[in-house]
Design a protein around this ligand. Structure first.
Ligand code: NAD
Length: 277
């Protein structure tokens, strides 16, 4: 059901790769809610993913960009402002990648060149995006910026590796820039800390199946899907959440508030009974 929550609003959505992507789900909802937006991803993601299909469905223009490049980001904001004949109202950062995770380097044996790339792609790109947009004055007053995060920023989760450090930095950037953007332009900046979700990036994490089963058993409402994340995100882009800023907002079915649940305990006891390590 659509509510016309984003009627008349314009935005930029970074990070949709295929229909499993959280950004893909968010773009679809934004379109249903009446928004117009541009889509951005790397040239190789555009070549190998399905972004063109999404662009057709949402009547959106694709603007290629490596989010680690200020030059590319400048082009995305400039072109978007040109297309919409004015500043945008919302921006989504849904970007993450770790070569250490991909190449199975463990946390106490990281490749530091990969680590720098993880931080650059998954966190510093958010700072660059906000700095470029700020310099270009590309976001309307009372606009909204959202980035996707994960609870590994606060708690240690086996195998999440250097992405945990990237998420901690990402959330910190949201607060630091949230202050500046709020003070100067009445623009809010938040992160959504989403449940583990089966996407291309999500599947890269070792033991993803076990992790998703665990968080589902631990969460009173169960894991949140990509589509549910999109529903939450559109409220943050809408005018209904104008005074929410500098927050890391958990969208995880209650997982972040739990210590132990009956369902998880039952499973754990079964494992003890069968004498597993
Ligand atoms: N899937 C999960 O379990 C989960 C949970 C919480 C948060 N998140 C976060 O959600 C966000 C979106 O991930 P997803 O799960 O939808 O996976 P996804 O693989 O669909 O999206 C990741 C996107 O990052 C893009 N990307 C990578 N390097 C880039 C670069 N240099 N420049 C521009 N774009 C680049 C990829 O092309 C891809 O579109 C990420 O920040 C991820 O960490 C995911």
């Amino acid at each position: 059901m659509a509510y016309n929550l984003l009627k008349g609003k314009t935005g930029i959505i970074f990070g949709a790769l295929d229909e499993k992507s959280i950004a893909w789900n968010i773009a679809t909802k934004c379109y249903e809610e009446g928004a117009r937006f541009t889509l951005s991803n790397t040239s190789s993601a555009i070549r190998f993913g399905q972004l063109e299909e999404l662009a057709r469905k949402c009547s959106a223009e694709i603007i290629p960009a490596d989010a680690t490049s200020e030059e590319d980001l400048t082009k995305v904001f400039e072109r978007s402002v040109e297309i919409f004949d004015g500043k945008v109202d919302f921006v989504l950062h849904s970007i993450g990648m770790s070569l250490n995770v991909r190449k199975k380097r463990v946390y106490n044996d990281l490749d530091y060149n990969y680590f720098k790339k993880t931080l650059d792609i998954s966190a510093m790109s958010f700072h660059k995006m906000l700095q470029v947009a700020n310099k270009l004055d590309a976001i309307n007053d009372w606009g909204s910026v959202v980035a996707l995060s994960y609870i590994a920023a606060q708690r240690t989760l086996y195998a999440y590796n250097d992405m945990a450090d990237a998420k901690a930095l990402l959330e910190s950037i949201a607060r630091s820039f949230g202050y500046i953007y709020g003070r100067e332009r009445k623009i809010r900046i938040n992160t959504i800390s989403q449940s583990p979700t089966l996407t291309t990036a999500g599947s890269g994490v070792k033991v993803m199946g076990g992790l998703m089963d665990f968080t589902d058993r631990m969460s009173p409402l169960g894991n949140a899907s990509a589509e549910e994340c999109a529903n939450y995100c559109i409220t943050l882009f809408s005018d209904l959440t104008r005074k929410v800023t500098m927050q890391n907002l958990f969208h995880d079915g209650g997982f972040s508030g739990m210590g132990m649940s009956l369902k998880a305990m039952t499973m754990y006891n079964k494992a003890i009974d069968s004498d597993c390590d």
